[in-house]
Unconditional design. Sequence first.
Lengths: 666, 158
Amino acid sequence: MVDLGYFSMLIAVVISVYGIVAAAMGKRFNRAELIRSAENSAFAVAGLLTIGLAVLFYSFLTHNYRVAYVASYSSNNLPLVYTISAVWAGQEGSLLLWGWLLTVFTVIVILQNRRQNRALMPYVVIVLMIIILFFLILLTFITSPFKKLDFLPADGQGLNPLLQNPGMIFHPPLLFLGYVGFSIPFAFAIAALITGQLGDMWIRSTRRWTIFSWFFLGIGILLGAKWAYVELGWGGYWAWDPVENASLMPWLTGTAYLHSVMIQEKKNMLKVWNVILIILTFVLSIFGTFITRSGIISSVHSFGQSALGPFFLIFIGITLVAAFSLLLHRIPLLKSTNELDSIVSRESSFLFNNLILIGVAFSIFLGTVFPIISEAVRGVKITVGAPFFNQVNVPIGLVLLFLTGLCPLIAWGKASVRNLRINFLIPFIIALAGGTGLFVAGIRQGYPLIAFTLCIFVLSTIVLEYFRGVKARRKMTSENYLTAFIRLIWRNKRRYGGYIVHVGMVLIFLGIAGSAFNTEKEINMSRGESVQLRDYKITYEKLVSYPTKSKNVVSATLSISRDGRSLGFLSPSIEIYKGYGEAQTATEVAIRSSLKEDLYIILAGYKADGVSASFKIIINPLVAWIWIGGFVLALGTIVVMLPDRREKRRLLVKYSREVFSNEIQK
Amino acid sequence: MKFKNKVSVIIILMIFSFNISVFATTLEEVSNELVCQCGCTLILTNCNHSSCGFAIPMRKIITEKLSKGETKKQIVEYFVSQYGEAVLASPAKKGFNLTVWILPFVSIIVGGCIITLIIFIWVKRRRQTLVYEGANEIQTKIDDKYEKIFDREIKDFE
């Protein structure tokens, strides 16, 4: 059975090579049947990788410890759900999942483009198959998930306790959906560069793929933050760990790309810039894996380290050189009219939005790789940790938040004074009043006060925009407010869905700004003793210890009350995993969450008889808004991605000439 | 007092009433400057390993030094002498390390200047195009006018 997995990988390598050659030959000699054969080979590779992944799942489910990977990441007492998620717990399984997703995406792209983009498709297939081939080579010859042991262990080594968390079931696959998804717009960009078809058809053809990838990468990052918050037990959700940073960078450049392509669609400008952005986004997606797998920078994700770093580095190098050489070659075709009606316009505000997004991505990149630079230049090892990233990125992030409110409401072309007054006077007054109110209420820290004021400003601009839209619809159609509101969104999904996404981002900013008001206390309490932290009275009641199938759990019970009113009990615990020795422990924090704040308690230590125990108690204000923001962001993205017949019709008219020329070439 | 002046006074008062207080250095303040050396990559405040061989002794040393009246700077320097610069949670703002602190802001400012310049060029180019198109339009009208006169004169001549 295991051999079936290995051979399916091996055959997939051969077929991938065939697919690349067939697509290239088909295009070179204008042979449609060869191009079709290359596309079919992608289907075959997807089928083979599906077999490979199914074999790996089967090996985990049947506890086949003859397979080294299964023996390393699972054990007899591992719960079923984590036995399944263990498939992507290590390097080999992660790469297989990555490769499989890419083949599935490739198949979908081919099916979507059976009748369109025919001039681009051979090159799209070539680029995607080259990326698939890279992963297949790693999976077959360098780090095979089907490598067998010479002996059959009675039990596996088990899964790292930190990875035994519901967040870990979804966090890696969702991140992968994002990382892998960016391969599609990248492949189309390269195909557009090769063919010289550098209008915005390639952008429009991949718009949904870009949003899909951006969304899943963002949700994957948020799920990672949630995992860190509930599982790592240090009280926060973002530690600016290199691997966290590596996931944030492509998301930031992807965000910049999503905004700047609007200018190309509207004004036929920034063609070169958009190609650069998608190349960077794809390369940074691979860079994330390089950081995780190379172990070149110490990270909390050190469980993912291996010797694969050089392979990824070479792949990144080749990709950059090839993509930028092509770009330079096509510069004459990418020249656009580049004219602006006014300095104050949507276009110019989007340019500044891009600058800030790329600025944040650059500061994160620099901070992440600076330990390597320092060691190379000075020979001194240094750490670039959270204080650096917070000090540098908070002010830049605030500018970004301001632009989130500003950009969408400035008119295209030329913003008149009247336009600015209509759109911004009321939000500005509301924000000023809100900021003053917060100041009077006692919020005196500079950054949080500015952040909250800007959140009010951005939300006001969005609410006002919805209000105006609803009012205009009611005037025309006499609909009631709810119907007008729903139809407003339904008929302008891209615009109003985008505003919903912005609301989600504002809520995330709100939650992050709340961290400035954290309160924490470390205390050793005897049984029956109480401690007061802000409004909360926390009493240590008892300590219990009990075994489960895979671990011993030591759990403390604390009663919580506020203003004399009981709020129930919280039970933080320490879990000692069997098969790992006493040192392999994981903290299970207890959290009482509300919209206002989270009461977050960690069991830091205990006396065996339970007479006393140590706790770290933290009050984290507004954290829940980060997760709520994630849901709102998801809702907005769904709205943006829904099919829009009106837009399709508009585009059909606008691009009929380009479509026609493509058909001719076909 | 004029409205503008009132607003200015309020803004100045707001700026000056931000909390500018002096507190005694706490364990948390010092711990926030340092990274635990156990490999968890977390700042010392956040390392929660129940039996961490680094975080627990490091916190103990900090508490002892604080009780002796040592300043944050002295304590941090002590740890740097023990573990090297890698113990600092962020690079010291001096020498080569200044690069990482300054470069993000410099690049954004330079980028901002370049974008502003580009926007000005594009706006100027657009205005020139408009002037050119406008001049063409006027010229076409003049040409039409003289063409009509010419046609009439030819007709008269004939």
